[in-house]
Every structure is written in structure tokens, then in C-alpha cells.
Design a protein around this ligand. Structure first.
Ligand code: ATP
Ligand code: MG
Length: 370
């Protein structure tokens, strides 16, 4: 999968941008606050329909304007004239077009233009709370399997309604038997989500462990485990039944608290190095290395499932890796179209021997594109 061209209108600090890219490395360089990340963000927007930095489309519209336009043209499988176009106006709804045809649901966008973003903020996957880790899994899985995205949306709707009902039971003594119906749909949809996540984490772990071993000269063993709030034994238990059992166990506590206490919305990942928690005991460098292994592994999983590598977006990460890890990364992304942002282009010339395009950005404009 390769992006050939991109058009931006009134997007962030770009009034108008037209850029061509090559299939190898695209080094986007320039001083701070010139618009480098904005380009990566626009590509990511075409992957998931959302920015990786904000959920608010209003923030993406150039100051003083009332709409933005983003279009990427890309080659995929045999076809080289695919396009994704996003139009947003503060007054109207956002519209997304795939190959010039408007889509009805955001889910239709999933899996069209696959990309993997790797930025310094990804350290939050390790450092922050469980929601960051769930977000990582959910975004990766939604790209791999649009049905996962639909299930997740449905699950969140059921969860909201069930939480509302729990409050009603507590406050207005609404009949408790209605809860059983909601338990059934919650467990039905939720168990599919948990099953997909367990499968994904298993694959991710298998590949990431190998990468990690190589990067650390076999000194460190990376482990990733899915920790479910319904306490299942993956592979052995019938997830739906255990889910229902756990809902029954937590019933009175849930009514008191007015919220659902078990299910995929409460699950987490345990990431360990040589048996100890990476979050609690890992150094910054160890955490970064683990994320690097996870991202490299994600690239392979997308390749395995879709037949093509996704686009790799590296925002400011090169300068954060030591030279050995940087070289390892470059070595392992040889066949992947990669967008790299940095402030000093000379940093990368060493070690890069494939086709490279250098794009200098200054104040929302390309000042050279060679
Ligand atoms: P750094 O090297 O610091 O990461 P960068 O080149 O990646 O910088 P970006 O994050 O791409 O910078 O762009 C930041 C610039 O975009 C800032 O100058 C910011 O003020 C501007 N900006 C952000 N949102 C908007 C917007 N909606 N309208 C106009 N300008 C915006
Ligand atoms: Mg930036």
C-alpha cells in the first residue's frame, strides 16, 4: 500500500497543500511548529476517520476558516487510483468518500487505507492507565477487522443502556428482571470482543517477543498478557457463560454503583520484561523498545491479514531511539512506505539506502520537495 499524493485545504496550518510522495522513505523535516505532524495526522485521519490528537474536527479547521478538506490518493493491491476524501464543515456533518463515493458509516472506512502511527505519545500505552492500552488494541483491531469495529460500537451502546438501567433500578426501583435481557446482549457482544482481543494479543505477542529479543541481544524477554475483568482462562472457558456468571456475581454491587463492573471496558494488558511489570519498573528506554517491538509486530500482522504492509507514520521517534535501535528499525521497514518527521534531515541519511524523498516544511508550506 502506497500513498502517491495528498491534498489539503484549510487543514490545521495549511491553506493549501499538494504533495507527492515516493514508495520508500518520505522525510518530512523542518523546525518546530511548522506543520510536519499535521501531515501525518491527515494521513491517519484517512485511516480511522479521526485525528490521533483530538476527537474534535473543529480543531482541525484552519483558524478563521469554517471547513477543511483532506484527500489522499493511494495504490492498493492491483489498483493504483484509490482515493479517500474527507470534507468537514463546522455547519454540516463530516462526509467521507472512498473512490469518490460517499460512505454511510465510519466503519466502512476501516481497513481501506491501513496505517500504523508510532509517536512519542505511544509511551502512554505503557505508562498510563488501561484505557490507553484498550485504545491501542481497539484501533489496531478495527483496521484489521471492520466487524470488530461494529461489534465494539454495538457493545458500547448496550453498555450505556445497561448502565442507565442500573441507575434506574437503584433510584426508582425499576424491575430487576429487565436486567437479564441486557445481560444476555452484553455478554453476547462483549464475549466476541474479548475473544478477538485475546486472539490479536496472542499474535502480537508472538511476533513482538522475537523482535524484542533481537533488539536486546536476547537479554530481555517481553511478555504481553490479556487481563480480563471476567477472569477467563483463554482457550478453555466459554467466554459468554463466564461473562454471564460474573454479571450475576457483581449484580448488587453494580446496582449500588450504577455502572457495569465487568466486561471488555474494564480489561487491560499486562506488559512484562523478564517477568516484571514494565510500567512499574521499566526504564524509559526499555519502555520505548517494547513499544517499538509492538509496532513492528503490528506491521507484520496487518501484512499477514491483508496481504500488504500498511503505511508507517513515524512522528519524532527517530531522535528518541539510540543509533542501534534506529538502524534496527530502518532495517526492518525496508518494504514499507514510511513517513518520518524530524527537525534535522541529516540525522537519517546514514543507514538509508532506499529511495528517499525529502520534504521541507516551513509555516504550512512545502519549501522543497526532492
Ligand atoms: P514539532 O517539531 O514541534 O513537532 P510540527 O512541525 O510537527 O512541530 P505541527 O504539530 O504539525 O508542528 O503543527 C503545529 C502548528 O500548527 C503550530 O504552529 C500550530 O499553531 C498550528 N496549528 C494547529 N492547529 C491549527 C489550526 N486549526 N489552524 C491553524 N494553525 C494550526
Ligand atoms: Mg510534530
Amino acid at each position: 500500500m502506497y500513498i502517491d499524493r495528498m491534498l489539503l485545504k484549510n487543514y490545521r496550518n495549511y491553506s493549501f497543500l499538494e504533495a507527492s510522495f515516493n514508495n520508500g522513505f518520505n522525510i518530512i523535516y523542518g523546525n518546530n511548529a511548522q506543520g510536519k505532524t499535521n501531515i501525518l495526522e491527515a494521513i491517519y485521519l484517512c485511516t480511522t476517520g479521526r485525528s490521533h490528537r483530538t476527537n474534535k474536527d473543529n480543531e482541525l479547521v484552519k483558524y478563521g476558516e469554517d471547513k477543511y478538506f483532506v484527500k489522499v490518493l493511494f495504490s492498493k493491491e492491483e489498483r493504483n487510483d484509490n482515493s479517500i476524501e474527507i470534507n468537514y464543515s463546522k455547519k454540516e456533518k463530516k462526509s467521507i468518500l472512498i473512490n469518490e463515493i460517499a460512505i454511510k458509516k465510519i466503519g466502512n472506512l476501516m481497513g481501506q487505507l491501513n496505517s500504523v502511527m508510532f509517536s512519542p505519545e505511544d509511551l502512554q500505552i505503557i505508562k498510563e492507565g488501561p484505557s490507553e492500552r484498550r485504545r491501542f488494541i481497539d484501533i489496531a483491531l478495527s483496521q484489521l477487522k471492520p466487524s470488530y469495529f461494529y461489534n465494539l460500537q454495538q457493545y458500547l451502546r448496550i453498555l450505556n443502556q445497561r448502565n442507565y438501567l442500573l441507575k434506574e433500578i437503584y433510584l426508582r426501583k425499576e424491575s430487576i428482571t429487565t436486567l437479564d435481557v441486557w445481560n444476555q446482549s452484553l455478554a453476547e457482544t462483549g464475549s466476541k470482543i474479548i475473544a478477538e482481543r485475546i486472539k490479536f494479543i496472542k499474535c502480537l505477542y508472538k511476533i513482538a517477543e522475537k523482535y524484542h529479543k533481537n533488539i536486546t541481544n536476547e537479554k530481555e524477554k517481553l511478555e504481553i498478557k490479556y487481563i480480563s475483568s471476567i477472569r477467563i482462562d483463554p482457550g478453555r472457558d466459554d467466554i459468554k457463560n463466564i461473562f454471564l456468571k460474573r454479571l450475576e456475581e457483581e449484580k448488587s454491587k453494580e446496582i449500588q454503583k450504577g455502572t457495569t463492573l465487568v466486561g471488555p471496558q474494564r480489561d487491560d494488558l499486562d506488559i512484562l520484561i523478564n517477568g516484571t511489570s514494565l510500567k512499574q519498573y521499566g526504564s524509559q528506554g526499555q519502555q520505548r523498545t517494547a513499544i517499538l517491538s509492538l509496532k513492528l509486530s503490528e506491521l507484520e500482522i496487518v501484512k499477514e491479514s491483508s496481504g500488504e504492509y500498511p503505511i508507517l507514520l513515524l512522528d519524532d521517534v527517530m531522535s528518541e531511539l539510540d543509533s542501534k535501535r534506529r538502524e534496527y528499525l530502518i532495517e526492518n521497514i525496508k518494504n514499507i512506505q514510511t513517513f518520518i518527521t524530524c527537525t534535522d534531515k541529516n540525522e537519517f541519511i546514514k543507514g538509508i539506502d532506499k529511495e528517499t524523498c525529502f520534504i521541507k516544511i516551513e509555516n504550512g508550506k512545502i519549501v522543497n520537495n526532492i
